[in-house]
Structure formats: C-alpha cells, structure tokens
Design a protein around this ligand. Sequence first.
Ligand SMILES: Cc1cc2nc3c(=O)[nH]c(=O)nc-3n(C[C@H](O)[C@H](O)[C@H](O)COP(=O)(O)OP(=O)(O)OC[C@H]3O[C@@H](n4cnc5c(N)ncnc54)[C@H](O)[C@@H]3O)c2cc1C
Length: 647
Amino acid sequence: MNTKVIILGGGIAGLSAAHELIERNFDVEVYELLSIPGGKARSFPVPGTGKEGLGDLPGEHGFRFFPRFYRHVTHTMSRIPCGSGTVADNLVDTTRCQLNRFGRQPVNLIARSPRTMTDVRAALEDVSRFLNGDLNLTHDDLRFFGSKVWQIVTSCRERRENDYEKMAWWEFIGAENRSPAYQKLLGHGITRSLVAAKAHEASTKTIGNIFVQLLFDILTPGPSTDRVLNGPTNDVWINPWRSYLESRGVAYHLDSKAVAVSFDGKRIRSATFKQGGKTVTVGGDYFVFALPVEDVIDLVTPEMMRADPQLASLFTLDDITEWMNGIQIYLTEDVPLARGHSIYVDSPWALTSISQAQFWRNVSLSQYGDGTVRGIISVDISEWEQPGLNGKAAKDCTPEEIKAEVWEQLKRSLNYGDIVTLKDEQLHSFSLDPSLSRHEGTTANEEPLLVNLVDTWKLRPEAVSKIPNLFLASDYVRTFTDLATMEAANEAARRAVNGLLDAAGSAAPRCGVWQLHEPELFEPWRELDFIRYAQGLPWDDTLVRLGLSITDLTDKALLALESGSEEHTLTSQKASGVPLPHQALLQLADREAQTGVMSDLRREATTLVERVVRLMAARMAETQGRRGGVAPTGAQPRSGRVAIIPK
Ligand SMILES: Cc1cc2nc3c(=O)[nH]c(=O)nc-3n(C[C@H](O)[C@H](O)[C@H](O)COP(=O)(O)OP(=O)(O)OC[C@H]3O[C@@H](n4cnc5c(N)ncnc54)[C@H](O)[C@@H]3O)c2cc1C
C-alpha cells in the first residue's frame, strides 16, 4: 500500500501539493470546503443568471494576473495537460497598464519591454509623460524615487530581511515630505491598489522586492510583465488541473469542511470532515494543511502548539489580513479599455480592473446569461473602509450600492472632457464576490487576504512543522515569494512536499524552489553593501556610484581600444559625465543583451575594477566601523563571497 497523504483545502496550494505528490506515487486525498475548486483563485458560474438554456454568467473572486517573475506556479501550469498542449498555453501577454485619474486622459504605460514600433512610441510617450509632469510628479520626485529604487537593488539580502522588513514603505520612500502625486502614485498606488496593503504599514522588504521584480520584468526583453488567462480561471486552468489529478488517482472531495484533527501528542492520526449532513473521519500517514490562516487556527489545539510553538503565531497572523474582493460588471457592449490592467488612482475604494472579453478569444459571451452580454469589466476593490463618492465605506454598503458606487468611480475615471467611454445604457448586471455576506446591516468577508505588514515575517511559519507528519502549505507560509499570491501558495506547497519527502525517507526528486531573481549586474554592489552591513553601517552608495562610473569608463575605454574608434576616448567619456544610478538601471536591458558578446579583455577589466572597488569598500567600511559602527545582530560574514578581498 502506498503512503497516504490527506490534504485539507483545495485552493492553489492544495492542488499544487496534490500534483507534486501524485507524481511521486503517494495516495492523495484532497478535502475542499466549497462546491467549487480553486480557493481564492476560483471562477464560477453566477447562479440563476443563465436563461433559456444558456450558461450562467462567469464570475470570479477577483481577477488573476501572472507577473513574468512567477516561476513556481507557471512551472506547474506547464505540466497540466489541456487540449494538445498545457494550461500554460492559456496565458496571454498584456501589453499595457493604464493609470486612470478623475476627469483626465488615461496614461497608458507599457507592460513589456518594447517589441514593436508602437511599443517604442508608447515607451517614449511614457518617459515624456513622466518628465513633463503629466502625472504631477516633479523631476525631484522622480529623481528621489529613482534613488530609492536604486537603494533597494543595491542593498544586500541581509539588510532587506532585517532592516527593510521593519520599515514601512511610506517611510522608506520618504512619502511624508513629498508631493501629493508622489504619495498617491508611488505610496498608495503601489501598495493599496496592487496588493491591498496600506503604504503606512506595508513592509519595505516585501513591497520593494516585488516592485523591483516587476521593474526588471519590464526592462528586460521577453514576455510581458503581466499575463492573464484566455478564459474564466476554472474553465482554462483549475478544471483541467483537477481532471488531470483525478486521472492520476487523486481523490478530490468538494463540500467537505475539516472540523477537527486528532493529535496523539506525537503525530496527527486523522482528520474529521463534515460532508453535507455526514461526519467522516479519515486516517492518513501525512497531513498537509492547505488552508488560509483564518481557517487553519480552528484546527490547531493547545497540545499541537506545545509540540510546535510556531503554530501559536498563526493566531496573531490571523489578524493581519485585509479585504480585497472582486465585482464583475456585465455590459451589453464590449468596452476593451487598456490591453491590460487599469489602476484607478483617484478612486476612493482603490479600484483596479481588467476588461476580460479582449483576452477571452475562444469565449463567446452571447452563450451566457440572457445572451445580450458582450463585455465584462472585472474590478477588484482593495479599500473597504474609506468613504466612496457616496460618502459610505464599501463595508457599509449593500451589494446594489457597491455596484452603483463602483460604476460611478469607474465613470469618473474613464469619462473625461468629451470622451465618454462608459455609458449607463451599457450596464447589464453585476456579480459581487459571494464570499461577502450581509447580516444586520454589516458585511462579513469569508476570505480576506494576508497582507505583508512591517515586521510580520517573524510570525510566518515554515512549511515543515515540528509535528513530524504535519506540513503547512498556503500563501502565508514563509517563502522566497513572500507576497501572498498564487505563486507563494504554489511555492509553499512545494516546500511542504519536499519536507514530506524528507520525513518519508523518499528518494523521489525534490520539487524545484527558486529564489526571486535579480540580475547579476547588481551582485557586486550588493556584496559591497554586505560589507557595510556586517560592519553595522547604513546603506551608502557613494562608493557604488564611483565604482559604476569607473566600470563604465573602463568599459567605454576598452570599447574604444577594441574598435579603434576615435569617438570612444576617455576624454569624451569624461566630458559626458558620470551616469546616475537610475540611468544605470535603465541601461540594464542593454547591458544584459551585451554579456554574451563581451570580450574577454573587457570582462577581465571589469572584474579588476570591481575588485578594486570592493577593496576600497572594505577599507572604508572598516575605517567607518572603527569610528563607531556597531555590527548588527545576526550579520554573519558570508563565507566565500567577499573572500577575494585581501585583509
Ligand atoms: C481579490 C483577489 C485578487 C487576487 N489576485 C491575484 C492575482 O492576480 N495574482 C496572484 O498571484 N494572486 C492573487 N491573489 C492572491 C491569491 O488568490 C491567493 O494568495 C492564493 O489563491 C491563495 O491560495 P491558497 O491555496 O494558499 O489559499 P486559498 O485560495 O484560500 O485556498 C484554501 C482553500 O481551503 C478551503 N477551506 C477553508 N476552510 C476549510 C476547511 N475547514 N475545510 C476544508 N477546506 C477549507 C477554502 O475554501 C479554499 O478553497 C488575489 C487575491 C484576492 C483576494
């Protein structure tokens, strides 16, 4: 008999764990509370909307986007058969991201590095909009924010994990003393609208790391930063996934609520589920809790917390959630908006949206509802406590009031001057996330989202618990991804499965788990920062700027030597000035493209310059450290990384 694993929860984490385990010959059973698989990622038919034999209208908990830096979840998707390919083939690139303000022309930003002449034009327009103050950002705002981004990319991992984790994004980017546009776009816009966290409370480590990932995705040639599915999520991903898993032998039970687990002081022995009117108890060798934090705590007993004290922190983590829920607006006419996501920066409820029909090429909306729907704007509401234009917080509104207010905020953002993009007569109906319910004038939310607040990493558990047959897999678990997303849920599941394989003494290959990738280009600067960090010194880029300019100078000089060209002389380079940090960042794509053709001579020279700069950094840090720097706790020298510096 094979080893039996019971998975509690059938969202992305539960499905991912089942996938990895069934392919390694375990017996796998998944128990899911709802009657639809997929958890927060699910889409569903909106009950009662299909007329005269047509399908129910497609609804969703919230729209899905798959940034390019995702590796784990997309790796799994590429292993789920679908038609003649895999479900990864159902991902489509977006090309734009639209910023919408009240009563003003939208700003279309590019969502991928330019590939066509239209992209190039759009990119140039983006730059000129920023520089010309169309977004009300001053040059000083831009320079300052650029220096903050530079600080993140050149800060060592230890500084990010220990210092930036304890600092709010708002404080890090100095938002308090900057223009209202800066605060709105780069403070609230990046946090509230994108990840439902408040800028004043969100961890700089998390927001900074993710922002940098998105930025590199745009700057580096290749697929779009932002991909979406070509149909409702369950149709094109979750249902084929479940079918595949079942074909391999996974038993996936819907309508099964885990109500208790039996723990004998050493191991979990069984889990008890309510299935309709029945109660069933199921034994197993291993148990994976793939439940959201607010549900997992219902199963954790004091005895379990004694066996593994990290489980106690789940009760604090439970309070660190925010509301982010979707509403779909069905239209009688397709209104494509941008070819990508739209961010409504002036909307009091922090709305973001996507117009779905343009991406759902094989979906005919006339086959749903009463046959007259032609467009769907899927909106996420990320601010539920601030008053809307109607003076009420979303939490205090009825579903009908929420629809009316969202529609109004969209119209104010999309209709400007003589341009009328949204008209009342286009409005067909709406579907609000069913995890929201109204009772005695207040709204309850069954599925809030974990947010990464300052200094909360310490509360996050590892996937491998100290109870030898219990593993945790969900978006709140400690992962490289960190931000609560489908990517984090998938990575957590991989970590749980790897722990389980270790516990079972399995020789099966381990699941791939990958660090967030940042270009090697910045590695020397991060190493320099580590030298400072280990000495207890704050981040400082004076030397880094010097190093950059020397490297650049050397590079240009060697180029001149190689080509014999008069244009590239040291003198002309000196005259052109030293590149600013953000300029170097913008050169990234170009430099990366060149690495393959870099001559040995140039590579050696660059390495030499880097070593000289490192040596100078070490000396400078030592001198400053002797003058009063205190080594931070936990800063261990990283063996082999800076050993090339002679003492
Ligand atoms: C509005 C919104 C939009 C989002 N957009 C994106 C996006 O674009 N891209 C992205 O990467 N991430 C996005 N996220 C985040 C992402 O959806 C989640 O982080 C991810 O889906 C979490 O997966 P999970 O499996 O860890 O948890 P869940 O999806 O919560 O799955 C847990 C499952 O456990 C079930 N369950 C609960 N209690 C029990 C019980 N007692 N017994 C049995 N089963 C139980 C639940 O029904 C659920 O199916 C979004 C989140 C929201 C809320």
